[in-house]
Ligand binder design. Sequence first.
Ligand SMILES: C[S@@+](CC[C@H](N)C(=O)[O-])C[C@H]1O[C@@H](n2cnc3c(N)ncnc32)[C@H](O)[C@@H]1O
Length: 298
Amino acid sequence: MSVIIPPSLPAARIDRDWRATYYQDMADAVFFSDADFEQYKAFIYKESGITFTPTNRSILESRLKERLRGIGIDSVKTYFVKISTDKEELKNFLDTITTNLTRFFRNQAHFDALERYVIPELIKIKQKTGNNTIKIWSAGCSTGEEPYTIAMLLSEILPSPWKFEILASDISLKCLMTAKEGFYQENRIVGIPDSYLKKYFDKVEGGYKIHANLMSKIRFDYHNLKNDSGQRNLDLVFCRNVIIYFDETAQTAVINRFWDAMASKSFLFIGHSESLFGMKTQFEFVKTEWATFYRKFV
Ligand SMILES: C[S@@+](CC[C@H](N)C(=O)[O-])C[C@H]1O[C@@H](n2cnc3c(N)ncnc32)[C@H](O)[C@@H]1O
């Protein structure tokens, strides 16, 4: 916090005008007042479901400063008018405030459960329908490590003639650009088994690039989870480490939209620190020896 020391003035000059100017300067020096915070908080929640609390207010403040610096605006009030009226800038703003941490094979136990339980179950279920394509959605895919992990694993384990298709979506356009490019620096490559690295990546200058064939299995798209995706009959949804940023009302709305998007027998993975416990949903909790997840079985 910066403190403005009032200049020492001759007593005769300490009049009303001077005080008015001084206190106005003080107000301007407060970059992000409590009232601004409340206004931004309500707006962000309405536009994305992301919930800021007094505890993570400083994160919002520093990301906001970064964006304002980037586009040369110096007041959060001016910027608020901009994001309320300019849809493109609203997207940039939401991009700025998201947390995009991810990695390949994040929470390996989920992929063990996918390989040993979920995929064999789905094959049994779908065999009866004559449809041999497994439809997957990686919702909140960030820079693509999650959908590429799923794609590598399914390429390895799905027996012929089974196929899969993945929709990967996020609210962050920057992340989606990285994901679509499929280029990862050396330090992002950790956790990928050597055999996968050889088979699904090309070594290029400064890092690795995903093979075009694997990329072609994934469709990256902008989607804000506060809206209906229009997806139906999905066999598998991954939405890990996303709803943790939402409050309970927004979480319930997103989870119920997944329900509508999923096939009558299908599976849902959420992050290991996330839970549907106490939530009004019809998903059933499934505990396997590898990991826990949810299923829709109607
Ligand atoms: C922490 S990352 C998780 C990435 C990946 N699922 C994983 O577990 O490694 C959370 C992602 O959710 C996205 N996100 C947050 N709110 C969203 C919303 N309302 N709609 C779509 N994506 C959202 C963020 O942009 C971010 O990339």
